[in-house]
Design a protein around this ligand. Structure first.
Ligand SMILES: C[S@@+](CC[C@H](N)C(=O)[O-])C[C@H]1O[C@@H](n2cnc3c(N)ncnc32)[C@H](O)[C@@H]1O
Length: 138
């Protein structure tokens, strides 16, 4: 089971990018997306129309702590994805992507902080590259 957690959704700023994170999750064969931040019925409805599961979580920390999956945090400050991905074969994963600055606590909660290049870019791009490489392992 591959799940994605999109942190800190902001209705006015993030509607397009959060939608793209959800569409990327679906396209690259994740099973579900969670999001935190501002609850957004417009985001939820647009994704539910595609029959892709989306769920708002008030406390992402609680979701992470209660998850039995391996916790992945995508960040440019992490270890190179090419080194880590082979260790993730057949694991259930909860993959965290940020929007605004990610609090340090999430780095500590993650089993792996993983970078897709050391340059800052987009959560949708990082997620697509990570999921595609993960898929190619299996
Ligand atoms: C626009 S970035 C946010 C950068 C933010 N200023 C910070 O300091 O965390 C949004 C998200 O994209 C993802 N991201 C951006 N660049 C990345 C990279 N090189 N590798 C992995 N993930 C990346 C991370 O999940 C990040 O939280």
């Amino acid at each position: 089971m591959i799940e994605v957690l999109r942190l800190s959704h902001r209705i006015r700023r993030d509607i397009r990018l959060s939608t793209h994170v959800a569409l990327t999750s679906r396209a690259f064969k994740a099973d579900k997306i969670y999001y935190s931040g501002q609850k957004d019925s417009s985001l939820e409805n647009s994704i539910k129309k595609l029959n892709f599961p989306i769920e708002y979580v008030k406390s992402p920390t609680k979701l992470i702590k209660e998850s039995k999956s391996t916790i992945i945090h995508l960040t440019m400050k992490g270890d190179d994805y090419k080194k880590i991905i082979p260790k993730l074969k057949n694991e259930n994963l909860l993959i965290i992507v940020g929007s605004e600055k990610v609090p340090v606590g999430f780095y500590k909660l993650a089993n792996y902080n993983i970078s897709v290049t050391k340059f800052p870019h987009s959560e949708a791009a990082a997620l697509a590259v990570f999921l595609e490489n993960l898929k190619n392992l299996k």
